[in-house]
Design a protein around this ligand. Structure first.
Ligand code: GZL
Ligand code: ZN
Length: 346
C-alpha cells in the first residue's frame, strides 16, 4: 500500500503551450501502487483474456498490488467490491461495469475518498462524468455498424434481396455498453436496408444461454432464419451447436444459416476459419497496458483524455467482402488464416 504522498501544491507553469510540472514537496513513499479491480465475471473467452491482461499488467514485479474481485455478473457484487476498495484505501479503482446505470452513489463515495476511478471496456451512464477519471474502451456502436455494413455488402454481392434477409439477434447482457452498441448497429442496418428482424433475445454473452435462446427461436421459426447475429463469440458457439442439432447447416452459402459474431477470440476465429462463423468483428480485451499507461500519467501529475478507444479489425471466412465504409471511414475485412490466428495475442 503506497502511503498517501503528501505533496505540496504542484504548480504548473505554462511555457508556450506545454505544461511544466515541477515536483514540489513530494514526500518519499513506498512506491507500490494498490489497484482494486472490480471485474464483471468470467462469462466469456473475451472476459478471461481481459482478466489475464489486467493481472499480468498489475503484477508485483511491475510495482503494483492488485486486489481482484469477480462479480459473477452481478452489479450488487461490484458495489460491495468498490466499497471494500475504498475501505482499504486503494490508490486506484478499476471498474468494468456489468451494465451502464446505477453507479452514481458508489462513484461519489470513491470521489469523496479521493480515489481515482478508471472505467474499462464497458461504459457507465452517470449524471456527472467527474465521477470517473477516464474510460478505456472499445466502440461497440461502431462494431455493430461495421458488422451491419458488412452484411449489406455480403448479401448484395450474393444477389440476395434485403427483404429476403431474416435475422435473429442474440443480444448480450441487456443494458451493457457492448449490447447497447451492437444491437443499435444492427437495428440501424435493419432500418437502412429493409432486413427482417425476426427475433431479439439476450444470450447474456454466455455459450449456455446462447444455445438455449437459439433452440427456442429455432423451434418457432427455424426454416425462416437466414442470419444469426451473435453479440459475442460464446453466444455464437452455443447458437451453432443448437442450429446443427436442429439439422440446419451454418455458413454463408444458399440454404445455410449465416452466423456473425464479435470478440475475435481464438476459438471464434477458429470457427471463422472453418466457415461456421462467416464474420467475426474484433473487440480488443487487452486493456491492461493502456490502463497502466493512464495510471503512470496520473502518477506523474499529467492530464489524461476522458476516453481512449482501441483500434479493432474484422475477420471473415472468405473474401466476398474485403472492405466496408462507416461514416466515410473505410475498414478492411481480412480473410482469416491459421497464420493470423497463430500470431494473435488472444
Ligand atoms: C466488450 C465486453 C463484452 C464482450 C463479451 O467490451 O464488455 O463482454 O464482447 C463480454 O464477450 O462478455
Ligand atoms: Zn468492443
Amino acid at each position: 500500500m503506497k502511503k498517501k504522498i503528501v505533496s505540496a501544491l504542484l504548480t504548473a507553469t505554462m511555457v508556450c503551450g506545454m505544461s511544466v510540472v515541477p515536483a514540489v514537496g513530494v514526500a518519499a513513499a513506498d512506491d507500490t501502487i494498490t489497484v482494486g479491480f472490480s471485474q464483471v465475471g468470467a462469462e466469456s473467452d473475451w472476459r478471461t483474456a481481459n482478466t489475464e491482461s489486467m493481472k499480468s499488467t498489475f503484477s508485483e514485479e511491475n510495482g503494483y498490488e492488485l486486489i481482484f474481485d469477480d462479480a459473477q455478473q452481478k452489479q450488487e457484487n461490484q458495489l460491495t467490491a468498490i466499497r471494500n476498495f475504498i475501505q482499504q484505501e486503494v490508490d486506484y479503482i478499476l471498474l468494468a461495469p456489468v451494465t451502464e446505470t446505477g453507479w452514481d452513489t458508489v462513484l461519489q463515495e470513491a470521489k469523496d475518498a479521493d480515489i481515482s476511478v478508471i472505467i474499462v471496456a464497458r461504459m457507465v451512464d452517470v449524471s456527472d462524468d467527474s465521477l470517473y477519471t477516464t474510460w478505456i474502451g472499445t466502440d461497440s456502436l461502431l462494431e455493430g455498424r461495421k458488422a451491419a455494413e458488412w452484411l449489406n455488402a455480403y448479401t448484395t454481392a450474393k444477389g440476395i434481396d434485403a427483404k429476403d434477409v431474416n435475422i435473429v439477434d442474440i443480444q448480450g447482457t441487456i443494458g451493457s455498453t457492448a449490447q447497447i452498441g451492437r444491437s443499435k448497429g444492427l437495428e440501424e442496418g435493419v432500418d437502412n436496408y429493409g432486413w427482417n428482424l425476426l427475433a431479439q433475445q439476450s444470450g447474456e454473452f454466455t455459450q449456455a444461454k446462447g444455445q438455449e435462446v437459439m433452440e427456442s427461436i429455432l423451434k418457432q421459426s427455424g426454416d425462416d432464419i437466414d442470419v444469426v447475429y451473435c453479440e459475442n463469440d460464446n453466444e455464437a458457439f452455443g447458437a451453432i451447436d443448437a442450429i446443427e442439432a436442429a439439422g440446419y447447416e451454418v455458413g454463408g452459402e444458399e440454404g445455410q444459416i449465416l452466423v456473425m459474431s464479435f470478440d475475435t477470440t481464438n476459438a471464434g476465429l477458429t470457427d471463422t476459419l472453418s466457415g461456421k462463423i462467416t464474420l467475426d468483428t474484433e473487440c480488443n480485451p487487452l486493456h491492461g497496458p493502456r490502463v497502466q499507461e493512464i495510471i503512470e500519467k496520473l502518477e506523474a501529475g499529467e492530464e489524461v483524455d476522458k476516453q481512449a478507444y482501441v483500434d479493432e479489425e474484422m475477420f471473415a471466412a472468405d473474401d466476398t467482402v474485403t472492405s466496408i465504409k462507416v461514416d466515410d471511414a473505410d475498414y478492411e475485412v481480412t480473410t482469416i488464416t491459421q497464420d493470423i490466428i497463430d500470431g494473435r495475442a488472444y
